[in-house]
Ligand binder design. Structure first.
Ligand SMILES: [Zn+2]
Length: 400
């Protein structure tokens, strides 16, 4: 019936998209493969496979690499296909309080170029983002991927971000509030899709895929540095929440704590579990004029006062870890951000406090590890998030 046609048309388009992504995934993950073996594994008709492959070849995503060694039938060996990783590129941008890093990756996420610059000071967000975009374009031009187009951009910021709108809600270290990062970067980068995340989310994805996470899908990363936040992954994907602020545990109040916080409230966890918290605790303990690095160095040299200061902050971070463990029941908690580099002097009291505060059933089987990627986690996360978002993602559910 004619009235059915629009709906059938829509279904047809969806099927086409699904088939296309199936074929592309097979070439990408299982290549080199022949058209016939794609047809066998997908149970798609050979002409359907051929039409899709022709389209992918025309777009440069797939290329023919010549005949295979033998044919099963004893006939002519089939032409093999492989994914062309250099046909697309992704841009990862991490704007830190002091330094900005831009990494260009190919369609597998392998880095082909990187730029680092001091984060421009005393400039409007629009000027900073325009400089970042210009630097990214320059890096792309020098990366030697002629014809490759930007599949996606991952932009990572030190503060509150709303993934859904692409707005940086608040980044006190940059002095940014309600900055439309997605729209500004997209306008400067050929209207490529831009995905905005905070540093904790990016570090969680990077550690999961390339660092301490070892690809466990349910992972929580405690991001500690100037402030404290968390990136939570569910089945390998960032858990955002409706306004994009899921994981901002640094501003949960600690009973009895009266320290004023940058957010305007009093007694927030990050005032006792962060880099500045180490400096304040050191000052209270008589270590005047010490920054967090000085305290760490003194603790490593065996200074009992400095060790106690680090242990105290570690205990507060352990309390934060217990919140994550109780709330999300992850398989793994990774401690990332600047403070992770302190190592066991921080991690041992952190683990002990987490074990003390978390519910026993929630804690069962949970591991707590320090970051492996260190200062590289944020920009790698930016690249990997761009890649994740650029890949069409279908979940096929079979019902009996
Ligand atoms: Zn606060």
């Amino acid at each position: 019936m004619r009235t059915d046609e629009p709906r059938r048309g829509a279904d047809h388009n969806v099927m086409r998209e699904v088939n296309r992504s199936l074929v592309l995934a097979l070439v990408k993950e299982g290549g080199p493969v022949s058209r016939a073996s794609i047809a066998r594994s997908t149970t798609l008709a050979k002409p359907t496979v051929s039409a899709i492959v022709d389209e992918l070849i025309a777009e440069g995503l797939v290329r023919e690499i010549g005949p295979g060694s033998t044919a099963v039938s004893g006939g002519r060996p089939p032409i093999l296909l492989e994914f062309n990783a250099r046909s697309l590129l992704v841009v990862g941008v991490h704007i830190g309080a002091r330094r900005t890093t831009i990494a260009i990756g190919d369609a597998t996420g392998e880095e082909v170029a990187r730029r680092e610059l001091p984060t421009p000071k005393d400039q409007t967000p629009a000027v900073v983002l325009a400089q970042v975009a210009a630097e990214a374009k320059d890096a792309i031009a020098g990366a030697g991927l002629p014809g490759a187009k930007i599949a996606a951009v991952g932009a990572v910021l030190p503060g509150l971000t709303d993934f859904h709108t692409g707005i940086c809600l608040l980044a006190p270290n940059l002095g940014w509030r309600d900055v439309p990062v997605r729209d500004l970067l997209a306008a400067a980068l050929d209207d490529a899709p831009v995905y905005v995340h905070n540093a904790g989310q990016a570090a969680a994805v990077a550690e999961n895929l390339e660092g301490a996470g070892e690809r466990v899908g349910d992972l929580a990363l405690l991001y500690t540095g100037t402030g404290l936040s968390a990136g939570v992954l569910s089945d390998g994907r960032v858990f955002h929440g409706v306004g994009g602020t899921a994981g901002e545990i640094g501003h949960n109040a600690v009973p009895g704590n009266t320290e004023p916080c940058n957010c305007g409230k009093v007694g927030c966890l990050e005032t006792v579990a962060s880099g500045p918290a180490i400096v304040r605790a050191a000052r209270r303990a008589g270590l005047d004029g010490y920054d967090a690095r000085d305290v760490t160095a003194a603790a490593r040299a065996g200074d009992p006062v400095a060790r106690q200061v680090i242990a105290e902050v570690g205990e507060h971070l352990g309390l934060a870890a217990s919140w994550l463990i109780n709330a999300y029941n992850p398989a793994l908690v990774v401690v990332g951000g600047g403070l992770a580099a302190i190592g066991e002097l921080l991690m041992a009291p952190l683990r002990a406090a987490a074990a003390k505060h978390a519910l026993a059933p929630a804690l069962r089987g949970v591991e707590i590890r320090a970051s492996k990627l260190g200062a590289d986690a944020e920009v790698r996360g930016a690249v990997l998030l761009a890649l994740q978002h650029s890949e069409t993602y279908y979940r096929v559910v079979f019902r009996a």
